[in-house]
Ligand binder design. Structure first.
Ligand SMILES: O=c1[nH]cnc2c1ncn2[C@@H]1O[C@H](COP(=O)(O)OP(=O)(O)O)[C@@H](O)[C@H]1O
Ligand SMILES: [Mg+2]
Length: 199
């Protein structure tokens, strides 16, 4: 199967390529296809917007991830707005913004959520979800990964996500789990597919 990876986030591309290595699928980059604005209120809606747009334009199956960090002490913020949190332009600035919001806060619990959608040009959608629970540090550690990885220590780990290799992160992460569920569904024959007309 030739699948378009509907993201321009280099960190996600790296993780998706590593996770799907064993599938035998050919993964194609988005190319110049512009992704729609994320106007949805949920990860599911945003992932569907991105995957459907890419599937329609390319006329091939397309895979999109919409994800975010939900912080307990901030009532689930930044959630679906993680990519633009505080209107800051870079991962580093968003990490600084988050640390400021959490200054003096004892409750550092948070979780990552990833929703992966595989959309087909005929309008079929497959949806997979993964979560990763952990705690947020008071300063960044590590240089791997992307986004909020340097602040996040998964439960059962002493290292941040940014101190793990791509394979180590995949084995436990929200995105790794969603992508593993996708592979399981395809290994055991094509899954029941939810039929949602795109147009
Ligand atoms: O695995 C992760 N590690 C660290 N941060 C993540 C991870 N997954 C999602 N995020 C954060 O949530 C945001 C999710 O962004 P979104 O899925 O809307 O679009 P994007 O693909 O344009 O980044 C990321 O930009 C990042 O800040
Ligand atoms: Mg989003």
């Amino acid at each position: 199967m030739n699948v378009v990876v509907a993201t321009s986030n280099a960190g996600k591309v790296r993780e998706i390529e590593e996770a799907l290595q064993g599938t035998g699928w050919t993964l194609s980059p988005l190319g110049g296809v512009p992704l729609p604005e994320e106007t949805g209120a949920t990860y599911e809606e945003n992932a569907a917007l991105k995957a459907c747009a890419a599937a329609l334009v390319s006329q091939r199956p397309a895979l999109a991830d919409d994800s975010g960090l939900e912080v307990e002490a901030l009532q689930g913020e930044p959630g679906v707005y993680s990519a633009r949190y505080g209107n800051r332009d870079s991962d580093m600035e968003r990490n600084v913004y988050l640390l400021e919001k959490l200054r003096g806060q004892k409750n550092r619990r948070a979780k990552f959520v990833s929703v992966v959608i595989l959309a087909y040009p005929d309008g079929h959608l497959e949806t997979y979800r993964g979560e990763l629970h952990g705690t947020l540090l008071e300063g960044p550690r590590g240089a791997n990964g992307f986004g909020y990885d340097p602040l996040f220590v998964p439960d059962g780990e002493t290292r941040t996500l940014a101190e793990l290799t791509v394979a180590e992160k995949r084995a436990i992460s929200h995105r790794g789990r969603a992508l593993a569920a996708l592979q399981d569904a395809h290994r055991s024959g094509l899954p029941e597919r939810e039929i949602t007309p795109i147009i």
